[in-house]
Design a protein around this ligand. Sequence first.
Ligand SMILES: [Ca+2]
Ligand SMILES: [Ca+2]
Length: 261
Amino acid sequence: MWKRILKVSFALLLFFSAVMGAKSFPAVGPSVYVAPQSITVYEGNTFDVSVKIFNLTNISIQDPKNPDFWIPLGNLYGFDHEFHWDPAAFGYVTHTVTVPVEDYPEGVLYYPVFEMPVTNLDEVAGIYRLAYSSYFPAASFNNPDLSNSTFTMTLTAKKAGTFTLSLVNVELSTKEGKKIGVDVEGYPTFLHVFSGSVKVKMRGDVDGNNRVDGSDFYEVARAYGSALGSSNWNPECDFNKDNKVDKSDLTDLSKNYGKRI
Ligand SMILES: [Ca+2]
Ligand SMILES: [Ca+2]
């Protein structure tokens, strides 16, 4: 009986988190966002981040301020955007452009495509500008209620703290060169942009309260000797991400013991 109730609630939970995941973006118009929206990692570790576009549709909506004009909400043919990170906090490792969708099913735009010459990676400044366009005879790209990525990047967390991964100068355009989600006066009324946030924890700060103390030690002691799949496994105690909690994790904790940020 209880088992069944648990099963049902778990299914409901999954259902609601899926719905919430989609509902966190506005219903009308595309959202361009850093995915995941919020990341927690330990200092010294690498992580992957993407820029994604949600909900491009083959729909135009009347401009609320200038009803003679219509604003396209999709039919993507080209994009241009800048991704910024704090180079003191993160080191660039590598990246993959996920264009076109024939080569990268998780990506955007249809073949044939070309990379626009404004594309530029500046690892020192922490700026990646990426711009692509389709050309004849490519179809326009839509993904109603779905998310597809423009690129994925691997970064290393260099120091503890909370940092923003910014998305700026985002432009999506149609085959005719119209700006998707942008009204006739140039406002992005139906183009929604969401930067991301990364919390980098000190190694040893299991509970993430920005200090390494006895309660963190208690968690590591409980997980000590475990590996992925063990009953006392706790991934938060695996500071070096080698899928086991052992002496090297304890050493990391000891080094930071008593520290706070
Ligand atoms: Ca702590
Ligand atoms: Ca470990």
